[in-house]
Structure formats: C-alpha cells, structure tokens
Design a protein around this ligand. Structure first.
Ligand SMILES: [Ca+2]
Ligand SMILES: [Ca+2]
Length: 169
C-alpha cells in the first residue's frame, strides 16, 4: 500500500522539478493548492489557467482555448484581474477576454469559461468601449487592467481557464 505522504511527495517533487526556471508562473503553481491542473496550466482558486503567449486574433485565441479543453477568461473581480495581469508580459494591450458585441452592436456578451457573466470592467476614464472606427467588437484587457474594445483581427495574447480536477486523499 503506497502511503499518502509518498504520493504527495511525488506530486510536490513534480511541481518543483517543472519549475526550475523560477518565473512567476512557477511560483503560482507551487503556491496553489496541491492539485491536478494539466502540466503547463497554473492552479489558482480552484481553477486552472494557461497563458497563450502567441499573439492571435480574438477568434483564433478563443478556438485555441477550446482546443486545449478550456475557454477564454473574463476576469470577474479586481483580485482575479490582478492575478491574470501578472501572468502576461507588460504591454499597452495585455490579453483577450471572452466578450464581444458581434451579434448586436453595443450589446456585449461575456462568458467566463462557459458561463454568461454580467460584471463589466470597462475603462470609463478613456471612454471605453468606444467602437473606434465603428469597427471594434472584441474585448481585451489593456494596461491598468481595465477593458477596452479592439478590432477582432488585432493580435494579442490570451488566457484560458478550466476547472481544476480535485485529488481526493
Ligand atoms: Ca462594437
Ligand atoms: Ca476601443
């Protein structure tokens, strides 16, 4: 009979071995609950997150998250925003979120993962969303953590979310 302690030891070792680079993502995975996010996903608050560093269009990013068994994020609190912003490189435009007004102009539909969500974090100080050029229908987080509407064929990083599988000991 293999002891719990031994199994936990193996999992901890795996996490540490996967994180010899010492970057922020590794710190997040070691600091998270002992859990079972797929490798390269970061566990935080009962969910798994993965950054797509490649700059893709909104629809490409969304599809990429789906292909990997997740969905694109829509941060629903300041705490979550802060966590996600820290995962991506600093830039004027940070990452896509799962919101668009493609179906009906100025009616924004947002899904955090696969759930419809109501919370919006637009940047009113910069008059966002402004539908600039009558051609901005996809939302992203920009510098400062607030939301802005961008042209959907802009290319940005993205962050995917999926539930964290629970380990039972
Ligand atoms: Ca629009
Ligand atoms: Ca805009």
């Amino acid at each position: 009979m293999v002891s719990e302690r031994f199994i936990f030891g193996l999992i901890s070792l795996h996490l540490i071995m996967g994180c010899t680079g010492g970057d922020d993502m590794c710190k997040a995975s070691i600091g998270g609950r002992r859990g079972a996010c797929p490798s390269t996903w970061i566990q935080w608050g009962g969910k798994c997150y993965k950054v797509i560093t490649e700059h893709l269009t909104w629809i490409e990013s969304k599809d990429e998250c789906t292909k990997m068994g997740g969905a694109m994020v829509v941060p629903q609190s300041q705490k979550k925003t802060d966590f996600l912003v820290a995962l991506v490189p600093e830039a004027a435009y940070l990452f896509w979120i799962n919101c668009n007004d493609l179906e009906e102009k100025d009616t924004w539909k947002c899904q955090d993962g696969t759930d419809e969500v109501e919370f919006r974090n637009w940047d009113p100080l910069n008059s966002q969303p402004d539908n600039w050029g009558h051609n901005e229908h996809c939302a992203g987080v920009w510098s400062g953590g607030k939301w802005n509407d961008f042209q959907c064929d802009t290319t940005l990083p993205a962050i995917c979310i999926r539930p964290a599988p629970q380990l039972h000991f």
